[in-house]
Design a protein around this ligand. Sequence first.
Ligand SMILES: Cc1cc2nc3c(=O)[nH]c(=O)nc-3n(C[C@H](O)[C@H](O)[C@H](O)COP(=O)(O)O)c2cc1C
Length: 201
Amino acid sequence: METPLRESNLNPDPIEQFVRWYTEVEKQSVDMYDAMTLATADASGMPSARMVLLKGFDKDGFVFYTNYSSTKAQELEANPRACLVFYWKEVQRQVRIWGTVEKVSREESEAYFQTRPYDSQLGAWASHQSSIIPDRNVLEKRFEELTQKYPENKVPLPDFWGGYRVIPAVFEFWQGRPSRLHDRIKYTKKDETWEIVRLAP
Ligand SMILES: Cc1cc2nc3c(=O)[nH]c(=O)nc-3n(C[C@H](O)[C@H](O)[C@H](O)COP(=O)(O)O)c2cc1C
């Protein structure tokens, strides 16, 4: 499906424009519509990118959850800026979002953690994400021990795990069009308003 991005029907607020596109891919059950690439960079400027899942968004930003000791967390500690990329193949759309990053409140992480399946809760405890482990057994043994330690519905939020919020400063919406004459619309936050420009594809 190809729907042109026209200046005449763009929402002046990029979050509202994102809501419009996100609602469409959600409704159409586009494959992994909630998966996004998260790009960070370390203190030397070396970039790093990986997939994470979008777990919530609103006017304040875009939230994902992870381990606060992971490589991405260390990079965000040194350089609290990130870029997110969504690609929705079925509708030929890409969205890029640049912004600054903050941890979400413990209350927010706690509320989200309690909605996760039991296995995922134990998985968060079991994995010291991004650290070197000697073999897979270590992980499975730890998981087994955790099932003894924490019964279902009684798994506390690990203090090394929680959410981050990307607070957007720039958005780019890309719509694939015939002859590679794609639409690209960029929103940049200027004070409290959003400046909108069209970019060559
Ligand atoms: C589709 C997909 C979704 C993922 N979602 C998450 C996620 O929400 N949070 C997370 O910590 N890792 C997620 N991962 C794993 C990350 O890509 C990555 O391997 C992990 O977070 C460690 O990254 P780091 O060493 O750069 O910190 C996901 C991987 C895939 C393929």
